[in-house]
Design a protein around this ligand. Structure first.
Ligand code: HEC
Length: 150
């Protein structure tokens, strides 16, 4: 009687643990890369915020660091959109994959903006940096208009 009671508890515990592992894996499998790119996008938004601040105080080392981060992300972004990585909870639109060339062009214009931003901030040119920053922000918005659900 006691034994049966104990083993019932054990089975319950084991299956609870197994279920936990299983759902964690399902979560990982379907949303791993989506979560990764969301984190990168969030970080890029933070970089934008920091650059805005740093432009006011002409904190060039800060601007340069954040510009480099944005440029790095721009160069990697397309790898974070493997086919089939749409659907909930992602806000990525299906046309990313049906118009992959168009998406790549959008990534490219973002890349160009961030490269100019890196250059201009290395040269410590306030005007060129502000111009490149504006162009970069425009490319964020333009891609969101075309490829991100709101
Ligand atoms: C070439 C396309 C493209 C560019 C350029 C781009 N984004 Fe996005 N962004 C997306 C897509 C697509 C998503 C939706 C990702 C998802 O939910 O799977 C997204 C999502 C986001 C999110 C939401 C992340 C979350 O937690 O859900 C933020 C914030 C963001 N982008 C900020 C930016 C900023 C800031 C820039 C420019 C510095 C930028 N993005 C440039 C395509 C782009």
């Amino acid at each position: 009687m006691m034994n049966r009671f104990v083993s019932t508890i054990q089975i319950t515990l084991v299956s609870a643990v197994l279920l936990g592992v299983e759902s964690a894996q399902a979560h990982e499998g379907t949303t791993g890369i989506v979560k990764d790119r969301m984190d990168r996008f969030k970080a890029s938004k933070e970089s934008v915020k920091q650059i805005k601040k740093a432009l006011k105080t002409k904190d060039w080392s800060r601007i340069q660091k954040e510009a480099n981060d944005l440029q790095q992300w721009a160069s990697e972004m397309s790898n974070f959109f493997p086919e089939g990585s749409n659907g909930k909870p992602s806000e990525a639109k299906d046309n990313i994959w049906s118009d992959w060339e168009g998406f790549l062009r959008s990534v490219e214009s973002y890349q160009e903006g961030t490269e100019k931003l890196v250059q201009a901030s290395n040269n410590k040119s306030l005007e060129a940096t502000a111009t490149a920053f504006k162009a970069t922000l425009k490319s964020c918005k333009s891609c969101h208009n075309d490829f991100k659900a709101d």
